[in-house]
Design a protein around this ligand. Structure first.
Ligand code: SF4
Length: 388
């Protein structure tokens, strides 16, 4: 059987954050039930008997605006439709303040073994600028409750480069976050997307973003402060706690679901705006709640944008994602899948990047250095443009 990752998008939120351009809708509680029914329907429709679920990731939006019993029911439905590996990683994204101890206990009992909390900042001033619906104290409380009910794998999402934030502020957020002892940290730079209220605030000069140099300093702080605190970087923006010697985790705290994306392996995404890559087929459902629900109610496939890549474009995609990992793209898997040698495909283009300190070569493959990560878009464009 072929192991795949399963992603389910819950597009509901309590309120819309000021920087958000994800497919999410505030309120809409009246749609919860119909949407969950449609999600199950889409799983039945798309599921193929040769697959087996290796990871489940329920993301959003804010999955925990749904009643915990509805999420438990969704997980139960997945298990009745699709075989799920007994050791599967099962993640639910949660916003602090949207779930209490009882809800967390229900999720744990339903088989959720990884909790990803949208903490974003350790400073209430920045949470307010972002329009988040929780406080720093809510994050601390939710982490404590999650530990109490038995979550052994907790991840915190953080954002740096916030309006008015200094490298010192960011360092304080990291210190605060590591003191909470999560098992995983995701640290993304803020993207101010056109059309969001934050974009207008920046354009009108109502808030000031940190300079490029300040943002670079914050990124470099991640790569220094976090390893010193026991978190190893394994992807440009992701850090996993180093298991302690006596810890019987049998592995590590890297996010197995996201590794499927970065290794360009197969995953099925369900729900509005969810993307899938399966055996060379790629598609992304439209972000239209009503169309999605009506299509599935009528027993038809939800509207989606499909994309067909040439083998060369697929190679480039695999490398683009693989270079996000600190280990770099896997040269053995690359050759097995494309019948082409990684060195031959990258050719002479690696030489100036190695000489410039943007790439290094170890274990038969190439890795971005911290310097290369700072300008990863430019480095990867230079490296992969001839394949696109
Ligand atoms: S919680 Fe996440 S998905 Fe929801 S509005 Fe805020 S940023 Fe967007």
């Amino acid at each position: 059987m072929k192991p795949i990752g399963l992603y389910l998008h819950i597009p509901f939120c309590r309120q819309k954050c000021l920087y958000c351009d994800f497919c999410s809708f505030p309120g809409r509680t009246e749609d919860y039930h119909r949407y969950l029914k449609a999600l199950k329907q889409e799983l039945k429709q798309r599921w193929a008997p040769q697959w087996q679920v290796a990871t489940i990731y329920i993301g959003g939006g804010t999955p925990t605006v749904l009643p915990p019993s509805a999420l438990a029911d969704l997980l139960h439905a997945i298990r009745t439709i699709a075989p799920v590996q007994p050791e599967a990683e099962v993640t639910v994204e949660a916003n602090p303040g949207t779930v209490d101890g009882n809800g967390l206990a229900q999720l744990r009992a339903a088989g959720v073994n990884r909790l990803s909390l949208g903490a974003q900042s350790g400073n209430d001033r920045f949470l307010k600028v972002l329009g988040r619906c929780h406080t720093v104290a809510d994050v601390e409380k939710t982490v404590a409750l999650a530990r109490q009910v038995g979550f052994a794998n907790i991840s915190l999402d953080l954002i740096f480069g916030l309006p008015g934030e200094t490298p010192d502020d960011w360092r304080q957020t990291l210190r605060w976050a590591t003191a909470l002892q999560p098992d995983h940290l995701s640290c993304y730079g803020l993207q101010v997307e056109g059309g969001t209220p934050l974009y207008a605030m920046v354009q009108e000069g109502r808030v000031r973003l940190p300079t490029e140099d300040e943002v670079s300093a914050m990124f470099l702080t991640n790569t220094q402060l976090l390893p010193a605190a026991g978190y190893d970087q394994y992807e440009i923006s992701n850090f996993a706690r180093r298991p302690k010697g006596d810890e019987a985790t049998g592995g590590n705290y890297q996010c197995r679901h996201n590794l499927i994306y970065w290794r360009y392996q197969d995953y099925l995404g369900l729900g509005v705006a969810a993307a899938s890559t399966l055996a060379g087929h790629r598609w992304a459902n439209h972000c239209n709640l009503e169309e999605y629900i009506s299509a599935l109610d009528a027993g038809t496939a939800p509207p989606a944008l499909t994309e067909t890549l040439t083998p060369q474009q697929e190679m480039a995609e695999m490398l683009m994602l693989g270079f996000r990992l600190t280990a770099g793209p896997d040269p053995v898997d690359f050759e097995r899948r494309w019948g082409a040698n990684l060195d031959a495909v990258l050719g002479e283009r690696v030489s100036p990047l190695l000489a410039g300190g943007f790439l290094r070569k170890t274990a038969g493959t190439y890795q971005l250095t911290p310097r290369g990560m700072l300008v990863s878009n430019q480095v990867l464009t230079q490296l992969l443009l001839p394949l696109l």
